[in-house]
Design a protein around this ligand. Structure first.
Ligand code: ADP
Ligand code: ZN
Ligand code: ZN
Length: 686
């Protein structure tokens, strides 16, 4: 039996219980654990005299199960295999993994309540009543007319149909990848199978949902993501599990959807870091999608204009099939990339500040005059990243984190983007009383304000985590952009993802250099993907493509990353990066795991990791690196430390971790003040 055991108790931990009848594996049950009753899943039947497998079952008489939820069809063998793999790979308990990915509502309902719900859903062949909140889309009578495929799309579908390995659909922005997904889904559905489509952020892709709904009238589609209410999530999950829903569209958690007739998995924007879960079981939905598809022998399509270097390397090794679609639909050119050398600009007079380089400003003004739109990318929200007192050099640090608090001018607050602490901006310096405290640096709020005063006739919009906090505000702004009610749109990376803007002819990266020299080895890869994505927002209308431009303000105009961007040459960029990664022994040529410890003091966190390292010394082919603080070492009054474990062999690393980590559970007791420890397999941020 897999039960939900508390985090970081013994890894593995299947428990034994008795029951008056044999229950099929995959049955949802309630089981006593200590004095509580927890949710569990039957994992297998024991021999008549079971060996106690864990301390928790104690080797004494088996406890009887609570009750079984017979009305729910048991979770299938393939779903259980996925959970077992994920639990082993990400070093979690099977029960912990299983229960973490099931809808939480399943825990609350008893068998009778569940039976009632299931009966209602089973009757629902094709939805008739309009559902609230876009949870399901509805049939219209007439079948949609299909667009004629471009030659590249046709060739891609041909290659996909013949492929026996995972397919990397390497399609330029605007090459029509979605149409390929739609056709692949059509094939699966025609065979009576279900299709699973994973996207990085469902809130940013209502367009994708709409296109699937339009293409498949009369087919039931459900979405699965964290923005659903618990009841909606349960409903979507049950419809997929019953096989009623033929299309499941979702974010990373949807990779665990139970789909008895799964026939296709699509991972759109496969390079996107959002596919990696950042807490609990830190799984990669992209990697699990590939495993699941392989295990169930169904096709998997990974789509991107800028594939992750992991996927790209697998293509080089022949493990994935690359299917290229280099041209944009309609034959439009990619926007011309213009690098502005910031070193070459004339100095601004002391006391004044340059908003944008003069040629960029002129180019935006020209767009404005022609009624075209411009997008300005600045990856920093708020007004200014820090407030500063010139008299005593006080800075707006967060008292609970090793980070600055960001100045937000609109609501006059200082906000910590790490722990959320929000206070009104002080009238005077809290240290010396000086009234003249000033912002340093610039975020999206300030850029928007500057543009409003610089371009008085322009309508300047903004999209970032602040401007989109309230429900519906993102849709509203996007709608305004599509309707042509915005001339200049300022925003963070949220802007760059997937939107099919038709009137944008200029995209500019205002200050992207930081990532070139970051300590995070993945920063250049992410910057390149972001800039290529952003460039892809310009000139999506083929008629305007020729006049479209991507501007980059940089102090390092000769950097190789920008040269590759200028040539729209992903391959050159990937080849250069992979060479560096190989030389440095970094992924995809090495496997990494990150052991993290949180404690009240840095000393305790460090001592725990050091002792852990001492226990790990004897493993071959595995290197344990020294303990270091992460980028933000204190967060919400918790001191954090981490330790990297690396091996050229994934198998060797897995073996070492499985051997090493269980011992750390008992080590924990020797370190008073240790709050928690966790392991992150294939960490994205180091
Ligand atoms: P990508 O996801 O590769 O960036 P999209 O799937 O958004 O590209 O396609 C870009 C545009 O081209 C969309 O507006 C889409 O409707 C259109 N499109 C795609 N395929 C075709 C086709 N075969 N014929 C006509 N238009 C197409
Ligand atoms: Zn001061
Ligand atoms: Zn803070």
């Amino acid at each position: 039996m897999a039960v939900e055991t508390p985090r970081h108790s013994a890894v593995g931990g299947l428990l034994h219980y008795s029951h008056h009848q044999d229950l099929p594996p995959g049955t949802l049950v309630r089981a006593p654990l200590g004095r509580r009753e927890v949710a569990g899943l039957v994992w297998g039947l024991s021999e008549p005299e079971p060996e106690p497998v864990s301390a928790a079952s104690g080797g004494i008489t088996l406890r009887p199960l609570g009750h079984a939820l017979h009305s729910l069809p048991p979770l299938g063998a393939e779903w259980r295999a996925l959970i077992e793999f994920a639990a082993a790979y990400y070093q979690r308990g099977v029960g912990e993994m299983a229960l973490a990915v099931l809808p939480p509502e399943l825990r609350k309902l008893d068998d009778i309540q569940l039976a009632r719900r299931l009966a209602r859903l089973r009757k629902m062949q094709v939805p008739a009543d309009p559902a609230p909140s876009g949870l399901e889309r509805h049939p219209t009578a007439e079948a949609p007319t299909l667009p004629a495929l471009s030659p590249e799309q046709a060739a891609a579908l041909h290659a996909i149909a013949a492929a026996t390995q995972p397919v990397l659909l390497h399609g330029a922005t605007g090459s029509g990848k979605t149409e390929v997904y739609l056709r692949a889904a059509e094939t699966a559905l025609a065979q009576g199978r279900q299709a699973l489509v994973l996207v990085p952020e469902i809130n940013l892709t209502p367009q994708l949902e709409a296109r699937f709904a339009e293409r498949f009238p009369g087919r039931l589609m459900v979405s699965l993501h964290s923005a659903l209410t618990p009841a909606q999530r349960l409903r979507s999950w049950l419809l997929a599990h019953l096989g009623q829903a033929e299309l499941v569209l979702g974010t990373r958690l949807a990779v665990f959807a139970s789909m008895p007739r799964l026939g296709l998995i699509v991972v759109d924007e496969e390079h996107d870091p959002s596919f990696k879960q950042q807490e609990g079981a830190r799984y990669s939905a992209r990697d699990l999608a590939v495993w699941r598809a392989h295990h169930q022998r169904v096709p998997v399509l990974l789509g991107s204009a800028t594939p992750s270097l992991e996927s790209w390397q697998r293509v080089q090794e022949g493990r994935y099939l690359r299917v290229p679609m280099p041209s944009r639909i309609g034959g439009g050119a990619m926007p011309r990339v213009r690098l502005i050398d910031m070193n070459a600009l004339p100095k601004v007079p002391a006391g004044s500040e340059r908003v944008l380089a003069p040629p960029l400003l002129a180019a935006i003004e020209a767009r404005l005059a022609r009624g075209e739109q411009s997008l300005l990318l600045l990856n920093r929200r708020g007004y200014a990243p820090v407030l500063h007192c010139g008299a005593c050099s006080w800075k707006s640090g967060c008292p609970h984190c090793s980070a600055w608090r960001v100045f937000h001018k609109l609501d006059r607050t200082l906000r910590c983007h790490h722990c959320g602490l929000t206070e009104r901006v002080p009238k005077a310096c809290p240290e010396c009383g000086n009234l003249d405290i000033a912002p340093i640096g610039r975020g999206t709020e300030k850029l928007q304000e500057q543009l409003v005063s610089l371009l008085p006739t322009a309508r300047v919009g903004r999209i970032d985590a602040d401007s989109t906090r309230t429900v519906g505000s993102l849709e509203q702004t996007l709608q305004a952009v599509h309707a042509g009610e915005v001339d200049v749109l300022v925003g963070t990376q949220m802007l760059a993802k997937g939107h099919d803007f038709r009137r944008v002819t200029l995209v500019a990266a205002v200050n992207p250099d930081g990532a070139l020299f970051s300590s995070d080895f993945r920063a250049p890869e992410r910057l390149f993907a972001l800039l290529m994505q952003a460039a892809g927002r310009a000139g999506r209308d083929a008629a305007q493509a020729a006049a479209s431009e991507m501007w980059v303000q940089t102090w390092h105009p000769t950097h190789a990353l920008y040269a590759a961007l200028k040539a729209h040459d992903y391959e050159a960029f990937a080849t250069a990066q992979l060479k560096d990664r190989l030389a440095a022994g970094l992924p995809p040529f090495a496997s990494l795991a990150l052991l993290r410890a949180d404690a009240r003091t840095a000393e305790v966190a460090q001592a725990f990791l050091k002792d852990a390292a001492a226990m790990a010394r004897e493993y071959e082919k595995v290197t344990v690196y020294p303990v270091v603080p992460p980028h933000v070492s204190k967060l919400a009054d918790v001191e954090r430390m981490q330790m990297l474990v690396e091996s050229p062999s994934r198998v060797a690393l897995q073996r070492m971790l499985a051997d090493w980590l269980p011992g750390l559970h008992s080590l924990r007791a020797q370190h008073k003040g240790l709050l928690r420890w966790a392991v992150d397999i294939d960490p994205l941020a180091i």
